[in-house]
Write a protein that binds this ligand. Sequence first.
Ligand SMILES: Nc1ncnc2c1ncn2[C@@H]1O[C@H](COP(=O)(O)OP(=O)(O)OP(=O)(O)O)[C@@H](O)[C@H]1O
Length: 305
Amino acid sequence: MTVLRNTIKKDSRAIVQDDDTKELMTRSLHYLTAGYPVHFTGPSGAGKTSLALALAKKRKRPVMLIHGNHELNNRDLIGDFTGYTSKKVVDQYVRSVYKKDESVTETWRDGRLLEAAKNGYTLVYDEFTRSQPTTNNIFLSILEEGVIPLYGTKLTEPFVKVHPEFSVVFTSNPAEYAGVYDTQDALLDRMITIPVDFMDSEREAMIVSEKADLVIEEARIITSIIANLREQCTKENEHGPSLRASLMIARLAIELDIPIDGKDEEFIRLCIDIAGNSMTRGIEAENPREKAEQLIIDACKSKNG
Ligand SMILES: Nc1ncnc2c1ncn2[C@@H]1O[C@H](COP(=O)(O)OP(=O)(O)OP(=O)(O)O)[C@@H](O)[C@H]1O
């Protein structure tokens, strides 16, 4: 049986940790401490970012967060010259002497990666495969040689040494996801990749109960409906509604005073609104929207509060 500890009533951003999650966190922390970056990969809503942030927090170093994006470039990561600072001193202390001293210097601003690597922060690079592989190339020398090459900048030194406490936690969605680039093998080779999949409905119910402040029996109704629907999503690369859907249903039901009961019309409507789109994408049918609605109604009706 799964035993949950570390409740999160006070901090809504904290994660609920069952024994499996705790064990995963401990292992990952050991890898980071030994100097290896950790990479969580899995479907959207499985809890990768939450895990990565909780893990980073455990390092007890400042945490820097970067989100992968196809427009992210070396200037964002390393830094850039942001403008000019000019200084002018006019000295007329002795009336007959006029002295003017003027200088102009370029102003440099460290990028997020440079700042984190120089100062030994823990970097969480969320959805890193959404950035172009050429942008991520800089991590090859950081992870292998422990230096940040300053190519493409007008700085005089060729590289900056990485702080010994610097560590990176990467997250990514599987390669089949839209908007995701293939990662170079050389980069994957330098990190420890751990798959993070959806939890079973009981573990999800514990999280929903904690996060939405809902009694466990009601949380179970929601997560088992969602787990049931997820199982019916057979289309390739479509994973169906995630834990996020369960959390949304729970919070909205409380907010709108809707009874958590599979036979209640308003509750069914709420489930259709929240899970309808991912179900429509996940099933194969002539009229997927209609079929998805029917599946949600059936899943709800099989559960009552
Ligand atoms: N162990 C957990 N404890 C508490 N909440 C969790 C846990 N795991 C996931 N969640 C919650 O589930 C939701 C989805 O989690 P998260 O954003 O980490 O998923 P993800 O896998 O990073 O998704 P995406 O790939 O879409 O970014 C969030 O609201 C998060 O707070």
